[in-house]
Ligand binder design. Sequence first.
Ligand SMILES: Nc1ncnc2c1ncn2[C@@H]1O[C@H](COP(=O)(O)OP(=O)(O)OP(=O)(O)O)[C@@H](O)[C@H]1O
Length: 293
Amino acid sequence: MPLIMISGFPASGKTTRANQIRDFFNAKITEQSASDSRVAKFKVHVVSDDSLGVSREVYREARPEKDARATFYATVKRLLSSNDIVIADGMNYIKGYRYQLHCEAKALLTPSCVVHVGVPAEKCKEWNATKEFGEESAQAVREPYAPDVLDNLIFRYEEPNPMTRWDSPLFVVPWMDDIPGEDIWNAMVNNDAVKPHLATVLKPATEANYLQVLDKATQDVVSVVLEHQKTNGPGGSVAIPEASNKLELPPTHIGLPQLQRMRRQFISFNRQHTAEKSRLKSMFVEYLNKELE
Ligand SMILES: Nc1ncnc2c1ncn2[C@@H]1O[C@H](COP(=O)(O)OP(=O)(O)OP(=O)(O)O)[C@@H](O)[C@H]1O
């Protein structure tokens, strides 16, 4: 059964996403088992550094990292079978490594996909410092990366490219979005071809980091608006650094939830198009002006 490769920066919420996908798939299996004997046999596995007892410190030196990758690879390969769905919850940051895992799935005539957890580096650094992990009852202590190890891994990260067959279908999950569970299930279990839509991206390899830049540019604009309202009260014309146009605020106060909603919408619209990075702030200001008219 399918291989779902998670990919993302260290401490970007990969395990959080892997667990959400596992829970979604388990719910689907429970729901469909009575009517579909094929689905009734499915079992979902999550393979991660934590489940293999691999310390974050292995990423400091090439040799232990290589050994850890080999262990991870062997575990995924061993679990892949006609009835087992494997979620490879690792950074999977080397494109050659993703290629090899994709070939393992292909050899078993089963599909694979990549779920790219798109989170800006700054957020990963912030989250790396949090000690708790998991929701309410299932809290465990997570081992953080040393700051130099974290920086180095971010530097070495090779972003998935949906133009390559081993990185497709590619599902990009920005940090503020829900997982596209239904789409992943359909692509992996029902073998549905994934049509390009909001959860998938088609972008040239040259636009690496596009999602992170989009996230940061829009967040910056939201911060300026909040700051302006705090200092000057509602309404007014706001100059946004690095944007060629001004934001015209209505006379009523715009709250953070409303701003975030418009920001998410804008990100959804622009996720597929690799707009010029330098134009993103002006485009977002233009979008806000239209929405707030
Ligand atoms: N979308 C999110 N919003 C807020 N906090 C989050 C989100 N996703 C993850 N976190 C927090 O960030 C921290 C790291 O999350 P998680 O362990 O899932 O990341 P990871 O990428 O699997 O890390 P590692 O690289 O160490 O395996 C946790 O404390 C988690 O609660």
